[in-house]
Design a protein around this ligand. Structure first.
Ligand SMILES: Cc1cc2nc3c(=O)[nH]c(=O)nc-3n(C[C@H](O)[C@H](O)[C@H](O)COP(=O)(O)OP(=O)(O)OC[C@H]3O[C@@H](n4cnc5c(N)ncnc54)[C@H](O)[C@@H]3O)c2cc1C
Length: 318
């Protein structure tokens, strides 16, 4: 059995949980899939049919703490004996998956971008050295292996659903589990954008030339209903905050539409956005590597093209 751990915040399912389900379905080859939703609630209804939905309802899970989460997931694993535990490589998973693996003495394969094969013989692909190498990992041992999937590596829309069944509540005692109490989020943390959840992104690179020119991209983003993002030099210069950086040392994103303006397409940038569904690149250099991953490429000056695009989109939406 493969156990997927879904993630929710204030009752809203993290979009990346579907990608973890897609990964599990790709691996399953007829094996049953169960989806654990710590905290339970309405999100269980949305998941129904993609696998057997298991919930753990406990006030200790209302706000995330690593202690309660590890106790809940470890308890569910003890009761269901999965062969594999799959989750999305979210901030939360990064926080608690290593602790869970240590608790269970289980192998952890983090940031998986692909799988080879199905069933017990499947292996996992994960990037190393800033994406320069891809390692193929075969977890060892009898216990369950824990796998986290890079955001954007598996397609949420590939999930197939059977007949929905009612969720099954597991009873896992958590009272003594948490040594942490949760305080309201910091102001800064509340404002930080999780670009991994964005459906549309307009990203700017050094081709934008100056901080005050970013307004050109922001107008396009506003017209498209997109989040603004950037390559590293833009954030290093302080032209946009660090939480807008996409790439190996920034965020990994997988929007439906990624528009790259004046970004050359260095490998460290590409690893953060190549999972986007549709990539549009505007660059005046026809040989820029960004065009190798772009679905649509426009060779030209962004200062001519972007205002024209913005005007056209604004015209269409009036
Ligand atoms: C350890 C490490 C980690 C890194 N992590 C990241 C990371 O997380 N994210 C990241 O992005 N980078 C990262 N980098 C940096 C990365 O290697 C590149 O230097 C960076 O991505 C380049 O940014 P850029 O494409 O904006 O700039 P450039 O490479 O300078 O490209 C600018 C592009 O704009 C085009 N251009 C110029 N003027 C115009 C115009 N008027 N109209 C249209 N196009 C124009 C040019 O043709 C060029 O292709 C990392 C590097 C290292 C060593």
């Amino acid at each position: 059995m493969i156990l997927v751990v879904a993630e929710q915040r204030a009752g809203a399912l993290n979009r990346a949980s579907w990608e973890a389900v897609a990964c599990a379905q790709q691996l399953a080859a007829g094996e049953p899939i169960a989806i654990l939703l710590p905290g339970g609630g309405d999100a269980a209804t949305a998941l129904a049919g993609a696998g057997e939905v298991l919930t753990i309802e406990d006030s200790a899970l209302a706000s995330y703490t690593p202690d309660a989460q590890v106790a809940a997931v470890a308890g569910a694993i003890a009761q269901t004996s999965p062969r594999l535990v799959v989750m999305a490589h979210t901030y939360q998973a990064r926080d608690y998956a290593p602790r869970l693996a240590a608790r269970l003495r289980a192998p952890l394969v983090a940031d998986v971008v692909g799988v080879k094969g199905t069933g017990a013989g499947a292996t996992f692909l994960r990037p190393m050295f800033q994406g320069k190498l891809v390692a193929e990992v075969a977890p060892q041992g009898d216990g369950p292996a824990i796998v986290t999937c890079q955001i954007g590596a598996f397609r949420a829309d590939a999930v197939t659903k059977g007949t929905p069944a009612a969720a099954r509540a597991l009873s896992v005692p958590l009272e003594a589990a948490s040594r942490q109490t949760v305080e309201p989020p910091f102001q800064e943390a509340r404002q930080a954008v999780d670009l991994g959840q964005a459906e549309r992104i307009v990203a700017v690179g050094r081709g934008i030339k100056a901080q005050d020119q970013i307004a050109v991209a922001e107008k396009l983003a506003a017209a498209m209903g997109a989040e603004i993002a950037a390559s590293r030099p833009i954030c290093d210069n302080g032209w946009l905050p660090m939480d807008r950086q996409v790439g190996s040392s920034g965020q990994t994103v997988a929007p439906k539409l990624y528009v790259a303006l004046g970004i050359s397409g260095a490998i460290q940038h590409l690893v953060g956005m190549k999972g986007s569904r549709t990539i549009v690149a505007i660059n005046k250099d026809a040989d820029a590597p960004i065009f190798e991953v772009a679905d649509y490429g426009i060779v030209g000056d962004l200062f001519d093209i972007v205002p024209a695009m913005t005007a056209e989109i604004e015209k269409q939406s009036h």
